[in-house]
Structures are given as structure tokens and as C-alpha cells.
Design a protein around this ligand. Structure first.
Ligand SMILES: C[S@@+](CC[C@H](N)C(=O)[O-])C[C@H]1O[C@@H](n2cnc3c(N)ncnc32)[C@H](O)[C@@H]1O
Length: 253
């Protein structure tokens, strides 16, 4: 892609033997970057993940909103147990390797950013092991954390504050620890554990400004203060932000 002042971008490089993880944002098709879109348009093959966790079809729907009837190959990823996971990475990697080994460019569209808790990392490792000369790259995407911050009017960090992002699958003790050590906390993959998250936030007196966002950018999006969840759990696509306590303008400088 070329801009008026002559600057060129990653999508101008030769497309041969490349695997590109393209972050397509959390849900709204208008949060795809120009670079991501250009790479998806120019790729020889577009792949999307299909998982058993609730993300089914999300990346594909975002790509389709821009590229209509483009040919898209679904790669099935199992999340249930270690051996199914390994089998699905091997099988997905082998399909993508066929494209790059033949000198093509394979684009893998993934929700949010490809370098944040994305299947892309495992896919890229597998493809590299099969085609060592492959060039692996990523196009950054807007994360669910950023979209929830924007839609709820939450400042993520200011001044000298520290930010912790982790999945609640790491356990509630990780949340308790993070509340002690960091300023702003963001939790992914916590839909099922929301009632426990609420308890921990109440016990540590951090409930006041905490926000919850589910299925951001999708038709049934929900954004609420955590204090209004009333013990409910949420879907897999749930994000919680617990902002740093602040006492006024520039208080953390
Ligand atoms: C496998 S991680 C993918 C993260 C993604 N790569 C990113 O950069 O945001 C899945 C988790 O991201 C969060 N997430 C992704 N999309 C979301 C959405 N549309 N609404 C709410 N949370 C979302 C949820 O916490 C979900 O459990």
C-alpha cells in the first residue's frame, strides 16, 4: 500500500513464502487496519480459526465483511485436552505449510492482535518446523482490552501506573496477586469465573470502577460496571478491566 508522501508498508514486500498473522480486531469490521486488509486482499490463501470455545466464525465474519465471497479455509483448533490440541496444531500447520512451501503467501486472520493469546503463535511454530525458510510476520490488531477501554470511557494507564493483562484460566490467586502488585488489571477468558472475580474485587475494595464487556462489537454486545453483574457469569468473549485507583488529574505522574 502506498501513501501520498511515498511511504510504503509491509504489504508492498514480495508475497512469496510468507505466513502473516493478521489481527482483525475484537468484532467490529471497521476496526481492521488498512495494512491488515491489504494483506488479506493480496494473500494467496486466507485461513481462519474455528475453535470449540465460542470464537467460532468470528475472524471469518470480520474478513467476509470486507472481502465478501473470498475463499477462506477454516482450520479447526481443539482446546479441550493436550493431545487433541497438538493434533489440531499439526493438522492446521500442515495445511498452511503446503501454501508457503509452494512459494505462496498465507494469511491467518485472528481476533484482536496475533501476538496476544492467539492460536497464531502455535500455528507459526508448527509451520516453521515444517518449512524452516518461511518468513513469519504479524500485522497488529486492536485488542478487546482497547475496545472495552474505548467503549466504557476507561483510561487504561496514566503516569507511572503498571498494567497487568492475564487470562483468568491462570486462577483467581493470580488476580489477587496482580491486585497487590499492579495498578490496572485486565482479565481475559473469565466469563465462567465472573462471580468469583466479583467476590475478589469486593474483598479488595476495587469494585468501584471495574467494567465488564462481553461480545464487544457483536450484535449482543454488553458493557456494564462489574458491580451490576449480580453474581452472573458471562460468555467466553468476556473482558474485565479494573482501573487503577486515582485521586485526581495527574495524580500518578
Ligand atoms: C484467545 S483470547 C484472544 C485475545 C485477542 N488476541 C486480543 O488481542 O484481544 C480470547 C479472549 O479475548 C477476549 N476477547 C476477544 N474478543 C472479545 C470480544 N469481542 N469481546 C470481549 N472479549 C473479547 C476475551 O477475554 C476472550 O476470552
Amino acid at each position: 500500500m502506498q501513501f501520498a508522501h511515498g511511504v510504503t508498508t509491509a504489504s508492498d514486500r514480495p508475497m512469496k513464502g510468507r505466513l502473516v498473522g493478521v489481527g482483525v480486531g475484537p468484532g467490529d469490521p471497521d476496526l481492521v487496519t488498512l495494512r491488515g486488509l491489504e494483506l488479506l486482499r493480496r494473500a494467496d490463501s486466507i485461513f481462519v480459526p474455528v475453535t470449540d470455545t465460542g470464537e467460532v466464525g468470528r475472524a471469518e465474519a470480520i474478513v467476509r465483511a470486507h472481502l465478501g465471497s473470498a475463499e477462506i479455509t477454516r482450520l479447526a483448533f481443539a482446546m479441550s485436552d493436550e493431545s487433541s490440541r497438538a493434533r489440531s496444531w499439526d493438522s492446521a500447520g500442515a495445511q498452511v505449510a503446503t501454501v508457503v512451501a509452494a512459494g505462496g503467501c498465507a494469511a491467518f486472520a485472528t481476533i484482536g492482535d496475533p501476538n496476544i493469546y492467539s492460536t497464531f503463535a502455535y500455528l507459526a511454530q508448527t509451520v516453521r518446523s515444517l518449512v524452516p525458510r518461511v518468513s513469519v510476520e504479524t500485522v497488529p490488531g486492536i485488542t478487546a482490552m482497547q475496545e472495552l477501554a474505548a467503549k466504557s470511557g476507561t483510561v487504561l494507564v496514566e503516569g507511572t501506573e503498571r498494567l497487568a493483562l492475564f487470562p483468568l484460566t491462570a486462577g483467581l490467586d493470580r488476580l489477587r496477586e496482580a491486585l497487590e502488585v499492579f495498578d490496572t488489571i485486565v482479565c481475559y477468558k473469565g466469563g465462567r469465573d465472573l462471580p468469583h472475580v466479583t467476590d475478589v474485587l469486593r474483598a479488595s475494595d476495587r469494585m468501584a470502577d471495574a467494567v465488564y464487556g462481553a461480545r464487544l462489537g457483536l450484535e449482543d454486545e454488553e458493557i456494564l460496571p462489574v458491580s451490576q453483574l449480580d453474581g452472573r457469569s458471562g460468555p467466553y468473549l468476556s473482558t474485565v478491566i479494573v482501573p487503577a485507583p486515582r485521586s485526581g488529574r495527574g495524580s500518578k505522574l
